[in-house]
Design a protein around this ligand. Structure first.
Ligand code: HSE
Length: 435
């Protein structure tokens, strides 16, 4: 059996998980890929006491792995975008295939890296970059290759979903759950990426590029985080029959492509509404297949390693029989990607959940409904709650019919200008997720 030589750069959460899966399951992986998967070189700035590497060569300078002529597949698991980019470029120029879990790298620099890889006749695989252990890249790029993808929507940040689930189910405090997500190795090095939507935006733009055959356009993704959500919003949404999830949505229509990440009310009977904890799920609507749903662990050492190892095996299978791995990074070669217009957020239409604080006096509700109606926004449901202890203002929750964000913003500004209304109206989009 041919052996394929692998260099791993980075021995943190995902690196150590990958080392463990490759060594624990070595026989099974060899049988399945018809190649012996040999880790011959590790690049790590420091040892990981939880991951003894035996007699594998270790370099403190990770670039030594890219320069090692024996290494055929370089596995980049250091994260970040500056050193990681240089490392991947050096590996590609040295004729090595690359496996990475680095969504920021692919989302922000994928266009140039895939082009460079094509020029050097090597491939970059990155299954672990999106939705942890769920094989969503392979599903979109290969399993659904016969479809035109119309839209996809997903819970694609495990940390954020873990926080929302714990807040809802156990009434736990936001900061406390975030600290636990960090301790469990779910959160990014900078957890602001998780809670502000940047991590989900990285993943969404990758999914959209594959789904719609377009170049990666990270700067075009609208990203809103979960930090403004309150326990009241979670509870009011439930009263209306919804759950709040942090969703990435990509839709392709005649107007162009919508790329957006934001908290979203989802009808409670939808499967996505019931995806809890660190789990991720992605719903994809294909022209031939209809809706399909992919579910699993979105973060954590071994789930992410599962995806990294699958990529290594795909490459090893080809290398073992002397064949050049071929599948293009985004499903088609870079020159065949089609630039598509991005729909401005002001034109994106959804129903809305609004929560406002109003003086409890006659005429206030009619002023609110009049200002919504002036922008052509009709009301689906309206609930007035009892005032909080010691407060004179009462919370009012409004569910609207579909309205473009531009019109909604105008109506909200006009409502906030009323003396009887507080100036911090909470606006959350609603998605029914029906085809
Ligand atoms: N911080 C990420 C998450 C890790 O919580 O989903 C997996 O990409």
């Amino acid at each position: 059996m041919k052996s394929v030589k692998i260099g791993i750069c980075g021995l943190g959460t995902v690196g150590s998980g990958t080392f463990k899966v490759l060594t624990d399951n070595a026989e099974l992986l060899a049988a399945r890929s018809q190649a012996e998967l040999c880790i011959t070189h590790i690049g790590a700035r420091r040892d990981n006491p939880d991951c003894p590497v035996g007699d594998v060569a270790v370099s403190r300078d990770i670039f030594e792995v890219a320069r090692d002529p024996e290494v055929e597949i370089l596995v980049e698991l250091i994260g970040g975008t500056s050193v990681a980019k240089e490392l991947v470029e050096e590996a590609i120029r040295a004729g090595k295939h690359v496996v990475t879990a680095n969504k920021a790298l692919i989302a922000e620099f994928g266009n140039e890296l895939f082009t460079l890889a094509e020029e050097h006749n090597v491939v970059i695989r990155y299954e672990a970059a999106v939705a942890g252990g769920i094989p969503i890249i392979k599903a979109l790029r290969e399993g659904l290759a016969g479809n035109r993808i119309q839209w996809l929507a997903g819970i694609i940040n495990g940390t954020g979903n873990f926080i929302l689930s714990e807040m809802r189910d156990k009434g736990r405090d936001f900061a406390d759950v975030l600290a636990e997500a960090q301790a469990l190795g779910y959160a990014e090095a900078d957890p602001a990426f998780d809670i502000e939507g940047t991590d989900a935006a990285h993943k969404l733009v990758i999914l959209a590029a594959i789904a719609f055959g377009m170049p990666l356009q990270f700067s075009e993704v609208f990203a809103e985080g979960i930090t403004r959500l309150t326990p009241q919003d979670v509870a009011y949404a439930e009263e209306l029959g919804y759950r709040i999830k942090h969703l990435g949505v990509a839709k392709h229509s005649a107007k162009g492509v919508e790329l957006r990440v934001h908290p979203t009310l989802i009808p409670e009977q939808q499967l996505l509404a019931n995806v809890n904890g660190v789990k991720n799920a992605v719903l994809v609507e294909g022209s031939a297949v209809g809706p399909t749903l992919y579910y699993g662990a979105g973060a954590g050492a071994e789930p992410t390693a599962s995806a990294v190892v699958a990529d290594i095996m795909d490459l090893a299978r080809d290398l073992a029989v002397g064949q050049q791995p071929q599948i293009a990074g985004l499903g088609v070669r870079c020159t065949e990607l089609q630039a598509l217009p991005i729909v401005p957020m002001a034109e994106v239409e959804t129903p809305w959940y609004l929560r406002l604080e109003a003086e409890d006096k006659p005429g206030v509700m009619s002023q609110v409904t009049r200002l919504l109606s002036a922008e052509g926004i009709s009301i689906e449901a309206l609930i007035q709650k009892a005032p909080h202890a010691g407060e004179t203002k009462v919370p009012v929750v409004v569910l609207t019919n579909t309205a473009a964000q531009g019109r909604l913003d105008k109506a909200v500004s006009a409502i906030e200008a009323l003396d009887s209304i507080s100036t911090d109206i909470m606006c959350i989009r609603v998605e029914t997720l029906n085809a």
